[in-house]
Design a protein around this ligand. Structure first.
Ligand SMILES: [Zn+2]
Length: 200
């Protein structure tokens, strides 16, 4: 995303994104299952490579939407906060899902955003190979750039299946990340108010 461009309603960071090639992905999934010693020609697994390809393509492709912003005509100057936003993403190290909830808030500047769109911003950045840290920061940076917000706060709490179902087998563990920008970062009382409302 260009840092010098004027705020635009649509996402600009997926220009040039390549559409999934489901035929190639299915062939690769079949080869993958075979390499792991599974008989993908058996009756039970015959349709699995195709399902795998479609499932991964779905999880890695954000739904298109137009992120319209509105002028803050009423001069609303308190926190706008959406919490309990469910999200799922894919860890870029193992390509395994991580799932959790987000709390996204901002202190309006020139522009405001429809509330449901806060969830869509998280979803947009979640539909790619990710780290939780980057997902948190991308969501916050995008909101600040697009809304000219005085402050933005994003907190994510997630369970990583690469940590709970394999490896450390840390079942039930969760990871919390946060990005605070603007006055939420610099003013201790605003920061405290946000974190209390976020409920993490
Ligand atoms: Zn991982």
């Amino acid at each position: 995303m260009s840092t010098t461009a004027a705020p635009r309603p649509e996402f600009r960071d997926r220009e040039g994104a390549v559409e999934p090639d489901l035929v190639a992905a299915e062939a690769a999934a079949a080869a993958f299952l075979k390499a792991l010693g599974m008989d993908h020609d058996s009756e039970h697994l015959r349709a699995t490579p195709g399902r795998m390809a479609r499932a991964w393509a779905e999880m890695l492709t954000p739904r298109p939407f137009n992120l319209t912003t509105f002028p803050n005509e009423e001069g609303y100057d308190e926190l706008v906060l959406a919490r309990g936003i469910p999200f799922r993403s894919i860890c870029e190290h193992h390509l395994l899902p991580f799932t959790g909830h987000a709390c996204v808030g901002y202190l309006p500047g020139e522009r405001v955003l429809g509330l449901s769109k806060l969830a869509r911003v998280v979803e947009h950045f979640a539909c790619r190979p990710q780290t939780q840290e980057r997902l948190t920061k991308q969501t916050a940076d995008w909101l600040q750039a697009q809304l000219g917000a005085k402050a933005v706060g994003v907190v994510l709490k997630a369970e990583h299946s690469c940590m709970t179902l394999r490896g450390a087998l840390a079942t039930g563990s969760s990871t919390v990340t946060s990005t605070l920008l603007g006055t939420l970062r610099t003013d201790p009382s605003s920061r405290q108010e946000f974190l209390a409302l976020a409920g993490f």
